[in-house]
Design a protein around this ligand. Structure first.
Ligand SMILES: *Cc1c(COP(=O)(O)O)cnc(C)c1O
Length: 340
């Protein structure tokens, strides 16, 4: 059996999604004349009760665009040291926006209001960069799918208000966080200036991310997206996949979470495992006891048909997703248990 648990981006469109894509009404989105893109954008703006939305080819581009619209060269943004904007966007923060990152060592990718407050540079001290923006990630990627307590987010918003800072959410996996907490999308829409959402992760779209914000921010984002080369023509075929996913796939995320929890339970009984980070969504990060090399471990599973990745330092990551069937799941649970 072949099982790919490298990421939740490895999924292929479901038959229903393909049908929706094939029958999409399209136009030239660079002229804002693609009805399927326009309707995805307005559906999401409405769901989050934000003024406007813009469809993008990737989450990296939505984040980079948000950073660009909130900052000027020389400014500084505050984020966790695990954050995607800092670690996995190719240095785009400095390349695209000429901005530096003030890194916070948070808890599994999550930072607190007091940590943010301590990291704001005094605005009249012209020797240090001007703090302009705070970026959060929810759920966290390198933090193993950890989810914020919403109260902390509200407290961080207050710090932003006090210090006149913009507030951006990298919500690549916000759908997963929403699934396991009581907040509604509109709660997030009220607190953040901009939100970036991915459709190509847990929701199973082939491509696509969306940036949400005020009309003014989204007008600016449209210009930046153009500069980044992200204007797409008949993008409605992709946007239709997004609308379909929100309607039909979103409710399946709890299956991914259940499977992740079950993997966690098995790992907790394995004598080759040192620690398992508490699982709240679809990402499992665990570390091997020191006698094991992670490359041997990965290679061994690979021979049994199971693909995973290592994060270095004896840490292994597993990500469940909608193309990971119950049959594959049973096989993975037995295989992990048998490696004892
Ligand atoms: C995947 C991801 C992104 C965006 O990635 P793309 O591959 O560019 O779509 C952004 N932030 C986080 C936390 C992610 O996991």
């Amino acid at each position: 059996m072949k099982v790919n648990l490298i990421s939740d981006t490895v999924t292929k469109p479901s038959q229903g999604m393909l049908d929706a894509m094939f029958s999409a009404q399209v136009g030239d989105d660079v002229f804002k004349e693609d009805p399927s893109v326009n309707s995805l954008e307005s559906e999401l703006a409405k769901l989050f009760e934000m003024e406007a939305a813009l469809f993008f080819p990737s989450g990296t581009m939505t984040n980079q665009t948000a950073i660009k619209i909130h900052t000027q060269p020389g400014d500084q943004l505050i984020c966790d040291h695990y954050s995607h904007v800092y670690n996995y966007e190719g240095g785009g923060v400095s390349f695209n926006s000429a901005v530096s990152c003030r890194l916070i060592e948070g808890n599994r990718g999550r930072i607190t209001a007091s940590q943010v407050e301590e990291s704001v540079n005094p605005p009249d001290f012209y020797h240090s960069p001007k703090t302009r923006l705070v970026c959060l990630e929810n759920s966290t990627n390198k933090g193993g799918g950890a989810v914020y307590d919403f109260k902390e987010i509200i407290d961080i918003r207050e710090i932003c208000d006090t210090h006149n800072l913009a507030f951006h959410l990298d919500g690549a996996r916000l759908w997963n966080a929403l699934e396991v907490t009581d907040e509604k999308p509109k709660d997030y829409g009220k607190v953040f200036d901009t939100i970036s959402l991915c459709l190509s992760k847990g929701l199973g779209c082939p491509v696509g991310s969306v940036l949400l914000g005020s009309q003014v921010h989204i007008n600016n984002a449209l210009r930046i997206r153009k500069i980044f080369g992200g204007g797409m023509r008949q993008a409605g075929y992709l946007a239709a996949a997004g609308s379909y996913a929100i309607q039909h796939h979103r409710k399946d995320l709890n299956e991914d979470h259940r499977k992740a929890k079950e993997i966690e339970s098995v790992l907790l009984t394995c004598n080759y495992v040192e620690t398992v980070e508490p699982v709240s969504t679809n990402i499992i990060i665990f570390s091997l006891i020191s006698a094991n090399s992670e490359l041997d471990f990965i290679g061994n599973l690979n021979q049994k048909g199971i693909d995973l990745i290592t994060l270095g330092k004896r840490k292994i990551r597993i990500v469940t997703h909608r193309d990971y069937s119950q049959e594959q799941h049973d096989y993975v649970l037995t295989t992990l248990a048998k490696m004892n």
